[in-house]
Design a protein around this ligand. Sequence first.
Ligand code: NAD
Length: 468
Amino acid sequence: MSVLTIHNPATGTVLRELPADDATAIARKAAAARKAQPKWAARPFAERAAIIRRFRDLLVERRDTLALTQSAETGKPIAQARGEIGATPGRIDFFLDHVEAQLAARLAKPEAVVPAIGAPGSTEEVVTFDPLGVVANISAWNYPWFVGTNVYVPALLTGSAVLYKPSEFATLTGMAMADLLHEAGVPDDVFQCVVGGGVAGAALLEQDIDGVFFTGSYATGARIAEAAARKMIPVQLELGGKDPAYVADDVADVAAVAAGLADGAFYNNGQSCCAVERIYVHAKIADAFRAAFVEAVKGFVMGDPGEGDTYLGPLTREAQIGVLEAQVKDALEKGATLLCGGKRAERPGAYFEPTVLVDVDHSMEVMREESFGPIIGIQAVASDDEAAALMADTAYGLTAAVFSRDRARAAAVLSRVPTGSAYWNCCDRVSPHLPWSGRGHSGLGSTLGLEGIRCFVKPRAWHLRAPA
Ligand code: NAD
């Protein structure tokens, strides 16, 4: 049996050693989920909703303990872990408020069924919705509560069973999710945690599953899409981004915009799919913007993730430091200027100094490849046209932001950038009421919003004609 070792990235110490699920254990879990799912789906919606409401309430009650677990295994600063868990009930509420209506049978042509059924020519046309069945949810570590509940809450509410594979970097949190759901009343076999890394994820895809919902990198997402294609099951991919922001020359308060964008770039150490990863600023205000940006970054407190005032903790995956170092080296070799950071911090643990590069261009990796860390390139542009062209120059398409006093001006730029979310005077933001989706290498399908509920059900079209 293989062992999964959980490290604390702030210290490098071992937190736990867990037996990882092998292919046989995963097959057993999948078979148990298959057996349990019909009974779960047959329960009235109100019962499933009451269980999920209990889960939500337990989450509120246990927030601080759960945040400690998350912070220890991912290095997320405790205030940010509490913030994530504290905001998760709002997302669950969205699903509790909207799933039942999405499950209700719909008349396809309401006006056509007014005559009595059986009247000549009258065919009642009705759509009903079946749960997908057994759903595999392969998840990421950077926002495990958000990206996890986005999938398994609507899956459970619509009547599916879930095989949840947390990231190997957020496994203790994944196991805590399972405990909480079971305590709330979800039967053990209806939600199961699969423990392990990529090998366990790949074995999960070999099982008899009815859909796969994945959050993670483009490279893994492409593999998952291939496996799902062979099975002909729905696949949803929430992948990476290279999210751009453009600051136009008409912004009222350059320093405030710079501070907001610094937070959008460095919150959670830049380890957010929608973190601002590159900034374009109109040349007229570029000097003022760069100075204010660096000042904001220098104000960020780096430290022990367990301390309440820490803003920058360690990177969750030590290996990412190599990616950041390579991006800095590549940019400097091609003519960029380093305004701050650029190297590993001088302290134990996987810490990297917050890094700001200017005089950058699109020949540099830092402006084209996902960094997923505390690093940003700021490029001056001469016009909105140039900004729009550069923003669109990427394989990704998750989010894009424009800061301007003029909504029409911002919309004109944003409409030229193929992206799932468009922000005017805001960034790094997700709402449960809106579909979260990516274009290009940022993914397939949507979570959240009504679209994020409909993807968990299969429509059945009823053509009903009573005998004459
Ligand atoms: P990753 O692709 O390395 O791993 C994601 C998950 O896939 C993990 O659970 C991992 O164990 C599993 N996995 C790895 N290889 C597998 C395989 N061959 N078959 C099946 N499963 C496998 O990604 P990560 O480092 O955990 O997450 C960071 C990435 O996630 C970034 O690119 C980030 O942008 C993206 N992300 C996207 C969103 C979004 O909503 N779009 C949200 C969070 C994170």
